[in-house]
Design a protein around this ligand. Structure first.
Ligand code: G
Ligand code: G
Ligand code: NA
Ligand code: MN
Length: 253
């Protein structure tokens, strides 16, 4: 109860920041996008990890106003980077199923982009498989988001609900291979087989594929041999404040 009150107060007072983790083109070793991750900096309690407060924010629906703030911040950053002449790329924003269940979520997203003067080709939304599994309605919502021009990635792919035959029907652009398959890819033949199957599946369905949780160069090289050309992980960078990842972003000219 106490933490819930603090969370509400912090949303009003803006005690949050976003960090950004680069996504890399594994062949070129070049940044191809970033994922935004929210941080709560409580004035007295210090930094509270998202694993603790995101579930609470979901249960209490505080994630609805907080999620709108996160999207807005990401848009402001996209605008900044655009203005500074960096090569265009998408900022990926995580969105909870609770946010998708809001009846006005699509118009909220449109409004925030419009107010922040950001076009949809700079934004991607990351959803977990449960968002796709839940209900027909949810899939309509996801499709409506894609029709705006925002791309949709399925986060933690391979751990959830989706069967391979059913993936064709999913309204998504990208599969993010869950880090559990990447972290033992060099020692576990089964993980390699799963990654290869996901890459083949993505190719067949015309989806992009990205590996998360790359921690070593060896893992990155193995992923390339398996046909996965994009990745993210501590090997390249942990999530960092915007100015700390700018040096990795290619310039247009
Ligand atoms: O990197 P990290 O410790 O930031 O993330 C921990 C968990 O919190 C992850 O499951 C991540 O998806 C979630 N998370 C981080 N930022 C956000 C956010 O902005 N929105 C939502 N819904 N979840 C987030
Ligand atoms: O649920 P989601 O996939 O959005 O969560 C991302 C989480 O994974 C964040 O907590 C982020 O800090 C963490 N993360 C990102 N890269 C790595 C990595 O290379 N290794 C590990 N162990 N965690 C990572
Ligand atoms: Na994510
Ligand atoms: Mn993930």
């Amino acid at each position: 109860i106490l933490l819930e009150n603090e969370l509400r107060k912090s949303v009003q007072k803006g005690h949050f920041t976003l960090e950004y983790q680069p996504k890399m083109n594994l062949e070129l070793g070049e940044l191809s996008g970033v994922e935004a991750l929210v941080r709560w900096n409580h004035p007295d309690l210090g930094r509270i990890p998202p694993d603790t407060f995101i579930p609470l924010a979901e249960e209490t629906k505080i994630i609805v106003p907080l999620g709108e703030w996160i999207l807005r911040q990401a848009c402001k950053q996209a605008w900044q980077w655009r203005k500074q002449g960096f090569k265009p790329f998408r900022i990926a924003v995580n969105m909870s199923t609770v946010q998708l269940e809001e009846p006005d979520i699509v118009s909220t997203i449109k409004r925030v982009l419009h107010e922040e003067d950001v076009t949809p080709e700079f934004i991607e939304i990351e959803l977990t498989e449960s968002s796709f599994a839940d209900r027909e309605e949810m899939r309509h919502t996801i499709q409506a988001i894609r029709e705006i021009g925002i791309t949709v990635a399925i986060d933690d792919f391979g751990t959830g609900y989706s069967t391979f035959s059913y993936i064709k029907e999913l309204p998504a652009d990208t599969l993010k291979i869950d880090m559990s398959f990447i972290q033992d890819i060099d020692v576990n033949e089964q993980s390699r087989a799963i990654v290869k199957a996901i890459v083949t599946l993505a190719d067949t369905a015309g989806l992009r594929v990205i590996a998360e949780g790359i921690e070593t160069e060896e893992q990155a090289k193995l992923l390339l041999t398996l046909g996965c050309k994009e990745g993210q992980g501590y090997f390249y960078s942990k999530p960092v404040p915007a100015d700390e990842c700018e040096y990795m972003i290619p310039k247009t000219v």
